[in-house]
Design a protein around this ligand. Structure first.
Ligand code: URA
Length: 254
């Protein structure tokens, strides 16, 4: 019989494996005995469409006009949120942290255990790596803004569910409008797929700018994924160098 500790270990390894699959764009596995679906891709792939030209900071002018709502107003509106079931299980709502007029915003998936306890996004191990990335980009953590698609922790860090995204997403859009950043970086599959309304894998989306309501958006791998796949740091650094260039920050040779 499987011992309880062994079973927990198996569950943890399986979870890490599934998260890795998801990070590379696989979001489902066939049931045993289910026939594999026919190959959907033509043998000869059409050349990828060039990324739409994006002009930095179109939303920023709205924020600069001073007519829009502020982050504090939005935070108040969300304070006792019970729009979805995560309101019943969270310890703290994790609204976001950083400069309310940041030029650069990082968007992650959802708070984890540490974030739920502290009420601040990206404070666990993945958060510490994110801070290193931010500093390598010549910014201080408090100069940028950091938030998540979901503001409350899904129990046991399970994947966000449709109804939760549906309730929370409009607040993210309003949050980004209030900040008016020049660039958004999406951390991981979930944030990029949600903001860009696509099911494309992160491996296909990263490495080039996309357009999000007039703001250039760069998808890249999630820091939690980097903790398990250090070999992908090179890709993330290359994505962040593009972001630095767009923001006019000098890229030092490593
Ligand atoms: N992972 C996320 O996506 N967000 C956090 O805040 C922490 C970990």
């Amino acid at each position: 019989m499987t011992e309880p500790n062994e079973a927990q270990g198996l569950v943890a390894s399986l979870r890490a494996y599934l998260e890795e699959l998801q990070e590379t764009g696989v979001d489902g596995l066939p049931l045993a005995g289910e026939a594999s679906p026919p190959a959907a891709e033509p043998l000869q792939k059409p050349a990828p469409a060039p990324a739409a030209p994006v002009v930095p900071g179109r939303m920023a002018s709205e924020a600069a006009g001073g007519k829009g709502e502020t982050l504090d107003e939005l935070r108040l509106e969300l304070a006792a949120c019970s729009r979805c079931k995560l309101g019943e299980t969270r310890t703290n709502l994790v609204f976001g942290v950083g400069n309310p007029h940041a030029r650069l915003v990082f968007v992650g998936e959802a708070p984890g255990r540490d974030e739920d306890l502290q009420g601040e996004p990206f404070v666990g191990e993945a958060g510490q790596l994110l801070t290193k990335i931010i500093e390598a980009m010549q910014f201080k953590r408090n100069e940028v803004y950091i938030c998540n698609v979901l503001k409350c922790r899904p129990p046991n860090n399970r994947n966000p569910q449709e109804d939760e995204i549906e309730q929370c997403q409009p607040f993210l859009l309003r949050q980004l409008k209030a900040i008016g950043p020049e660039v958004i970086v999406c951390l991981g599959t979930f944030a990029a797929q949600t903001l860009l309304e696509t099911k494309d894998p992160i491996s296909k989306m990263r490495g080039r700018f996309h357009d999000y309501h007039g703001i250039p958006l760069m998808p890249t791998f999630h820091p939690a994924y980097l903790l398990r796949n250090a070999g992908m740091k090179r890709e993330v650094w290359s994505d962040m160098q593009q972001v630095m260039k767009l923001l006019g920050v000098e890229v030092h040779k490593k």
